[in-house]
Design a binder for this molecule. Structure first.
Ligand SMILES: [Zn+2]
Length: 240
């Protein structure tokens, strides 16, 4: 059993994003009060969010990165204070699937949340970013039709995010949800796939989930339990 409790803070739900709830009421400043590590997106799906070492980045549809403002709003984000309890050195070229297998083999239980940070040299990283959405918002399955897939060549950087158990379906993205940013904080996005040359995987367990739901009319009206929830998550978040 984990020695200590460790809190993960989340605003809104993956299922709300899928339903087109792209405007939230949580500021970046609030997120940073609850963690120095995390990911998510910004209102109107205007960029992918990554928080590393207490700094929040907005990664735009063209793959470029700017620092987020404290007042920027998020419709979905997950953060924690990253305190690694497990470190796995990776000395040989490793695919995303192999990295996931390494992580899964190391976890003491599949039944908790885990924050994962992979720092290293990458042969390539394939990411996507979604185009900023205009109202009236369409469901995520429609919004990603305009997504751009980018591939970054050899670079050093960080792949970071969360591993969520299957019971978290709809709350988060079951399996891994990770974002990439290069070491110069110039390029990044939502990770589809990568090839790691070498690096270090660090893992931080999450035993407690604080879920803060938006106090918005749109959230009140959202359909959060579609019949094809699992398919929608697979299609929008996990495709390669
Ligand atoms: Zn993402």
């Amino acid at each position: 059993m984990p020695a200590d409790r460790h809190l993960v803070y989340q605003t809104s739900l993956m299922s709300a994003l899928l339903d087109g709830i792209y405007d939230g009421d949580t500021t970046v400043a609030t997120l940073l009060e609850h963690g120095d590590f995390g990911l998510g997106t910004f209102n109107a799906l205007d960029g992918e969010m990554l928080i590393l070492d207490g700094v929040c980045y907005r990664m735009r549809v063209d793959g470029t990165v700017i620092p987020a403002d404290a007042s920027d709003l998020s419709p979905f984000a997950v953060v924690t204070r990253f305190v690694p309890t497990v470190t796995i050195p990776v000395d040989a070229p490793t695919s995303r699937d192999e990295a996931v297998a390494l992580i899964n083999a190391t976890l003491e239980s599949a039944n908790y949340l885990y924050a994962v940070r992979l720092t290293g040299e990458f042969e390539w990283v394939r990411v996507r970013a979604v185009q900023r959405q205009e109202k009236p918002y369409q469901p995520m399955s429609e919004a990603i039709r305009g997504e751009k897939t980018l591939e970054f060549g050899r670079s050093s950087g960080v792949v970071a995010g969360f591993r969520t158990p299957l019971y978290g379906q709809g709350i988060g993205v079951p399996g891994g949800h990770v974002h990439y940013i290069d070491a110069a904080h110039q390029h990044g996005g939502h990770v589809l796939d990568f090839a790691l040359v070498s690096g270090t995987i660090e893992i931080c367990i999450g035993t407690d989930l604080h879920l803060e739901l938006p106090l918005t009319a749109e959230f009140e009206q959202a359909d959060l339990s579609p019949d094809d929830l699992a398919d929608q998550i697979e299609q929008t978040e996990n495709h390669r």
